[in-house]
Design a protein around this ligand. Structure first.
Ligand code: PHB
Length: 400
């Protein structure tokens, strides 16, 4: 939107990059994230990633970017949908971004189709979300990119013949477990149980679910929980019930070994294997520069995690759109610019698949190890440039 007042009725979060030439456009980005309650840590990670990117690159953009933030509070979808409605109709945002929880992205999808506003997903991982609107692109990950290769790895490399799964009972949990089952069974493994373990809002007492798994004695136990406070409870319950000593291996997507939670897990986490696309411990120049800048900005005792990197990469995608369209945002042209976009992310090389508008990135096998007095992630192996397997295999809603 060109030549409009920089200051709107909404909260002005950040203004950067005023062009000296005077023909700078004002681009409004509506940011829908969880900023309060137990999931506030996710909103903080993602917006910190976005703002760090803006701080480093805003001056060279030549256009003004205004972030208008709204708190989606919880995973239910309703508050996010109301926020998206307001951002589109009243604030007239050019681009929408954020979305921690899948139900919030799913509920908002029809609105971005009707309103013709590009939506950049920076977390929500249910594989079929981009199928819901031609105006959705995702820079984060899909549950199948970790779950499906973890299933193959569990059978082929960890030599688990049987496995049980436990999952937070909402779309990404169902998706993650179905991805693991598909990969594990295809490799010849047998699933002995799949246990829904409550909703995403509250951290439940995992003991009864884990006891059921211990009694079933599988070789591997695959768990999906939506990161954050759930993860430490998983590791603690597994250790308290002596499941490792009973010969069961705890595995899952890297949401379980989130950088911001890793040090709270204690030595019980050592040996845990997860599959993911990011760890702050990656030893590449891009990642080391990112982590250094993060600590300089937010404090030596802070760390980015996979959500922070999605905020950074998502902002890079938004800058790419603004640059390509010279600040004049049209939804169809923005989606065309995003399709095939490539970027050297701190996580490694990434691309938006032009066919699915989903992220393509390297996926790594992570092992939790002790390094001095801290826990660290060691990379045991890498699968390069993974496209979402759910769409590749045309499974369920991914085929629509
Ligand atoms: C999601 O709701 O899609 C979600 C949330 C947290 C995660 C992964 C997926 O760690």
């Amino acid at each position: 939107m060109r030549l409009k007042s920089l200051f709107s009725a909404g909260a002005v979060a950040l203004l950067l990059g005023v062009s000296a030439a005077g023909n700078a456009a004002d681009v409004k980005v509506g940011v829908v994230l969880t900023f309060s309650g137990g999931a506030a840590q996710f909103g903080q990670q993602i917006s910190r990633g976005m703002e760090l990117y803006m701080k480093q690159h805003g001056a060279e953009l030549g256009h003004n970017v205004e972030l208008i933030k709204r708190d989606s509070k919880r995973p239910g979808g309703d508050i996010a949908k109301t926020a998206v409605q307001e951002l589109i109709t009243r604030e007239k945002v050019d681009i929408l971004a954020g979305f921690v929880f899948s139900p919030n992205a799913i509920a908002s999808a029809p609105l971005v189709t009707q309103g013709k506003v590009p939506m950049i997903i920076m977390n929500a991982g249910t594989a079929w979300i981009p199928n819901l609107s031609p105006y959705i692109a995702r820079v984060s990950f899909t549950m199948w990119q970790s779950g499906y290769p973890m299933g193959e790895y569990a059978k082929d490399t960890l030599e688990c013949k049987t496995a049980a799964s436990g999952y937070t009972d909402y779309p990404p949990g169902k998706d993650s477990v179905s991805a693991f089952r598909t990969g594990f069974e295809k490799a010849g493994g047998e699933i002995v149980d799949e246990i829904p373990m409550g909703g995403p809002r509250e951290v439940p007492d995992f003991t009864p679910f884990f006891q059921r798994v211990k009694d079933a004695k599988p070789d591997c136990f695959y768990v999906f929980v939506p990161a954050g406070n759930h993860t430490t409870a998983i590791v603690k319950t597994f250790a308290d019930l002596g499941m490792g000593d009973a010969g069961i291996k705890l595995i899952g997507p890297g949401d379980l070994t989130q950088d911001t939670k890793l040090q709270d897990m204690g030595d019980d986490a050592v040996g845990m294997i997860t599959m993911h696309h990011y760890s702050a411990d990656y030893d590449t120049p891009e990642n080391q520069a990112f982590v250094k800048a993060w600590k300089a900005e937010y404090g030596e005792d802070t760390t980015p995690d996979f959500m922070g990197v999605a905020g950074w990469d998502g902002m890079a995608a938004i800058f790419h759109v603004i640059r390509t369209l010279d600040g004049d945002i049209d939804a169809d042209a923005a989606m065309a610019a995003l399709k095939g976009w490539k970027f050297d992310s701190p996580r490694g090389p990434i691309m938006i698949d032009p066919e699915t508008r989903d992220i393509v990135h390297d996926v790594h096998v992570h092992e939790v190890v002790k390094s001095g007095d801290r826990l660290a992630i060691e990379v045991l192996g890498t699968i390069p440039q993974v496209k979402d397997p759910c769409k590749e295999l045309k499974i369920g809603k991914c085929a629509e």
